[in-house]
Design a protein around this ligand. Structure first.
Ligand SMILES: Nc1ncnc2c1ncn2[C@@H]1O[C@H](COP(=O)(O)OP(=O)(O)OP(=O)(O)O)[C@@H](O)[C@H]1O
Ligand SMILES: [Mg+2]
Length: 509
């Protein structure tokens, strides 16, 4: 073995060990019987969760291999809202197999070629195994939501009801994120609101608490005069410029009043002088509104998002930035502002409030609700496949057949496919382990049952550890979550395989 090969393998082995230690932290949470992880920081603050991406993002690490995996899990979460533990388990298994092949002398470029070939084949087979979800009443949809929502039936029914009011077309639209319509509120009943809400109160109680026929101006900025360097005020010219900026600001505020705007939503702070003018003119202003809420308000009201400079425009131009709704009302019980009655049906929006009697449970409840919402949309997008690791095992079987069909010429490429054949056994193996069963025994049992019956939904019943059809048990996962998990795991593995050497560099390369 050359020095370079030895070095390369030591980098690979080191990366594999890091990935193994990271995977160790999340593997125990996998599946319906997975347990929680408690993370404790240096001050003794703790978080208890079974959410893969949350655990990964709270792990303290500086190692680049770990960071690559954590970033990939975050990407998976952002894109489809689920499957982050699956990605971690697959990366660990794929990389372990790949390292074995490299040790046997398989050239890395050939291995990568085989991994990509295996990925594409697995993805096409996965798509063939999927069943579509045609409508919101489809029983497979509720079953998939029960899996994603860990049996929280109350939340699932609330979200399915909200989904009915939103409608299939919007739920299938690429730019609509159902999970973003959820907010958590302490000591409240869970409910659906027709319209959107701002998790804020008006700036002061002398402003109106309720408005009808609302003309709204939305600014993604602070409503204060343009910045001016303090030292420049000491010169005569500077002072004149400063006065001019203040004058412009005031003129802008007066223009909003002349335009009969009666609701102003502000991303940053409101200047006290503008606050006074708004209050005198019966304008409701809300400051420090979250960006996501500002964007929803823009869509709902039809306003254009303004910046501080927008106020310098002429009145007719400024008018074009205004939006309209039927009503705005501060809900003092819920401590939030409701915006209701959009003027065009395509702007219609709903908000789901998730309540909890005890604050400590609120964040976890919100997360589960958001998992259900993401899963529901993912199911509608591309349909569902059998869960519980059954489908991954079926893919392992199909890849084994593919390998037999490939010609002798592609023998090196076969090693990449071998990696997939073994790695795709990892989800079912881990689920069996978390059920307290012997993973090797269960793998062999399910593999041969699937092959003999050609029923690729066979897996393990989490209640009794027996062989069972996942579809009959209602254990479904969204196809898009699985497709992305395979992709993400493959890309991370390839990235780690390509690293030849790690060099300590200066910061910020
Ligand atoms: N009752 C069940 N029986 C069998 N398998 C189940 C059951 N409930 C869930 N699963 C399986 O567990 C796996 C998902 O587990 P989990 O939600 O812990 O991980 P993840 O979705 O990969 O990651 P995360 O949710 O942390 O982002 C899926 O394969 C799913 O089909
Ligand atoms: Mg999950």
């Amino acid at each position: 073995m050359s020095d370079n090969q030895g070095l390369k393998q030591s980098v690979l082995l080191n990366n594999l060990n890091i990935i193994k230690s990271i995977a160790e932290a999340v593997k125990g949470t996998f599946g319906s019987q997975g347990l929680d992880v408690m993370l404790v920081d240096e001050f003794g603050n703790y978080t208890i969760t079974n959410d893969g991406v949350k655990i990964l993002s709270l792990i303290e690490t500086n190692h680049p291999a770990a960071k690559i995996l954590i970033e990939a899990a975050k990407f998976q979460e952002e894109q489809v809202g689920d499957g982050t533990t699956t990605v971690t388990i697959l990366v660990e298994a794929l990389l372990s197999e790949a390292v074995k092949q490299v040790e046997k002398g398989v050239p890395i470029p050939k291995l990568i070629e085989g991994l990509r070939l295996g990925l594409n084949y697995a993805k096409s087979k996965l798509t063939e195994l999927a069943s579509p979800i045609e409508n919101l009443k489809d029983h497979k949809l509720r079953s998939a939501c029960l899996i994603a929502g860990r049996g929280e039936t109350e939340l699932i029914d609330l979200l399915l009801k909200a989904a009915e009011t939103i409608g299939l077309e919007k739920l299938k639209a690429k730019d609509f994120k159902f999970a973003k319509t959820i907010i958590a509120k302490n000591q409240t009943e869970s409910q659906i609101i027709e319209g959107i809400i701002l998790n804020k109160s008006r700036v002061n109680s002398a402003m109106p608490a309720s408005l009808e026929k609302v003309k709204v101006f939305i600014i993604d900025d602070s409503l204060i005069p343009e910045d001016f360097p303090e030292e420049a005020i000491s010169t005569e010219q500077g002072f004149a410029h400063f006065k001019q900026l203040q004058g412009n600001f005031l003129a802008g505020i007066k223009q909003l009043i002349d335009l009969k705007v009666n609701l102003v939503l502000i991303g940053g702070n409101l200047h006290p002088y503008a606050e006074e003018l708004f209050t005198q003119n019966n304008i409701m202003a809300v400051q420090r509104v979250r960006k996501s809420e500002l964007y929803r308000a823009v869509q709902f009201t039809g306003a254009n998002l303004a910046t501080r400079r927008t106020l310098n425009l002429a009145e007719a131009e400024l008018e074009k930035f205004c939006g309209f709704i039927e009503s705005a009302r501060e809900d003092q019980n819920l401590d939030l502002i409701r915006l209701e009655g959009c003027l065009l049906p395509e702007r219609q929006a709903n908000t789901i409030i998730i309540g909890a009697a005890i604050e400590a449970f609120l964040a976890e409840k919100e997360r589960i609700a958001s998992d259900i919402a993401s899963s529901l949309q993912a199911c509608l997008d591309k349909g569902v496949v059998a869960g519980g690791g059954a489908t991954e095992l079926a893919l392992s079987y199909f890849l084994n057949n593919l390998k037999k069909d490939l010609s002798q010429n592609s023998s090196f490429v076969n090693y990449g496919i071998d990696c997939w054949i073994e790695a795709l056994k990892a989800p079912l193996s881990q689920i069996s382990q978390n059920l307290g069963l012997n993973p090797l025994e269960k793998l062999a049992q399910v593999l041969s049952a699937q092959a003999n019956t050609q029923s690729f939904s066979l897996g393990i019943n989490a209640e009794n550890g027996e062989l069972a059809c996942m579809q009959e048990l209602g254990v479904f996962d969204p196809l898009s979550v699985k497709l992305l998990a395979l992709n993400t795991a493959c890309e991370v593995t390839i990235q780690l395989l390509k690293v030849n050497i790690i060099i300590k560099s200066k910061t910020n390369i």
